[in-house]
Design a protein around this ligand. Structure first.
Ligand SMILES: *Cc1c(COP(=O)(O)O)cnc(C)c1O
Length: 407
């Protein structure tokens, strides 16, 4: 047995009377004790329960890309909440229908197509990957069910998505893992080729490994993987959960390599904080799913899709990819000038600042939090920065000043 789970609530100082005398955290200890309790957000700013202001350069891990309490998204949610929330998948609703067409237009449009695919809505990134894995198995057929993914990848916490995740230490406590997953070295074509045989249905990749440390796939690697998958009749499934919806300075990360995936997984920024995810596939691939093969009670609820529709429309109206490319350049340039930042990597506004090796990134992130800047230690020595697309130059300068002071 592991030790008991009555850990203290790290945020109890700011939690005040909320905890009502309770001396242990009400949440299961999967997340570790939360250090700050946030009460309110506006744009790039957050306030904790004691009224202290923070700059949010993490966006709930690349989720609130249009800023906190975005007025257009808030109005769309409020309007839909008073109109229609949910009807089940026995019936259609106009909001989900329009939102599905919008997702398809963005994905298909990004490789020059018009409407080339179909969408399944879910509630999270892990669910989008689960659905993709089922689709790949059905597409491959019996005996051709293996999904090959990369070491260092992250695809979610449900069992199959976890099995696809290339981090063996995350599997270990839950062994045995579901069968049919193989891991290869990221950005290494020879390693991929060695793993391919007739049992492989799909290759599953991120275009930038987000949780793995903000490590971009090289353009040549993505193009070569596409070629190999096409030659061998293997699906190329791209996990755009963290990179999608303009985060990297293109609508989707795969656009940097000008490749056309067969299957795309989406979530995080899709609803600007409203829980929603999506699986996109070409209609030829999607056609292997028959009624009853997959589903979810909450697939395409009017409420979640109303938030996604408003989010996507705002991103289109502001030309989000262009804005992100420009602000990403600005932030990266300013980060590079900081003492103790030895390297800056990533794409667009999904960046990692590699610190000099004597610094512990988790400790630095905690100290920055104390000074009112939210980022996270994504590896032992690197900070992840993912500010909202609406971040101003003044806010970038303020964040850089906080980092400069500490480093
Ligand atoms: C966050 C993430 C997931 C999991 O998404 P959840 O919504 O947490 O289930 C999957 N893939 C990638 C690339 C992610 O960054």
């Amino acid at each position: 047995m592991s030790k008991t789970s009555t850990h203290k609530f790290g945020a109890e100082k700011t939690a005040g009377s909320l905890l009502d005398g309770r001396d242990f955290c009400p949440f299961m200890p999967v997340f570790g004790p939360p250090q700050v309790m946030f009460e309110r957000g506006l744009g790039t700013q957050l306030w904790d329960t004691s009224g202290k202001r923070y700059l949010d350069f993490l966006c709930g891990i690349a989720v609130t890309s249009l800023g906190h309490s975005n007025p257009v998204v808030a109005a769309a949610i409020a309007h839909q909440a008073g109109t229609l929330l949910h009807v089940s998948n026995f019936f259609a609703n106009p909001v989900a229908t329009q939102t599905a067409m919008m997702v398809d237009k963005l994905v298909s449009g990004s490789f020059g197509g018009s409407s080339a695919g179909q969408v399944f809505f879910c509630n999270s990134g892990a669910e989008a990957n689960e659905a993709a894995i089922k689709l790949a198995r059905k597409f491959g057929g019996r005996g051709k069910h293996v999904v090959v993914s990369a070491l260092g990848s992250f695809h979610g916490r449900t069992l199959a998505a976890l099995a696809a995740t290339g981090q063996p230490e995350k599997h270990e406590p839950f062994a045995p893992m579901p069968e049919g997953f193989r891991h290869v070295v990221f950005n290494d074509i020879a390693s991929l080729e060695a793993a391919l045989d007739d049992s492989v249905a799909a290759v599953l990749l991120e275009t930038v490994q987000g949780e793995g440390g903000v490590v971009p796939a090289s353009i040549e690697y993505l193009q070569e993987v596409r070629k190999i998958c096409t030659e061998r009749g293997i699906l190329l499934m791209i996990d755009e959960v963290q990179t999608g919806f303009a985060r990297t300075g293109k609508w989707f990360g795969f656009e940097h390599a000008q490749i056309k995936p067969d299957v795309v997984m989406l979530a995080k920024a899709m609803g600007n904080g409203m829980p929603i995810g999506a699986l996109w596939a070409t209609k030829e691939v999607a056609a292997v799913f028959k009624p009853g093969d997959h589903g979810s009670t909450y697939s395409g609820t009017a409420l979640a899709t109303a938030a996604a529709r408003a989010t996507m429309q705002l991103m289109i109206d502001m030309d989000a990819p262009k804005v992100v490319a420009k602000k990403g350049e600005e932030l990266a340039t300013k980060l590079r000038k900081l003492k103790k930042v030895v390297d800056v990597r990533g794409r667009g506004l999904l960046l990692a600042a590699e610190l000099s090796p004597e610094l512990d990134a988790k400790q630095v992130a905690a100290q920055l939090l104390g000074k009112g800047l939210v980022v996270n230690g994504v590896t032992a020595h690197a900070l992840r920065l993912a500010p909202p697309f609406t971040v101003s130059s003044e806010e970038i300068d303020e964040a850089i000043a906080i980092m400069g002071e500490l480093l």
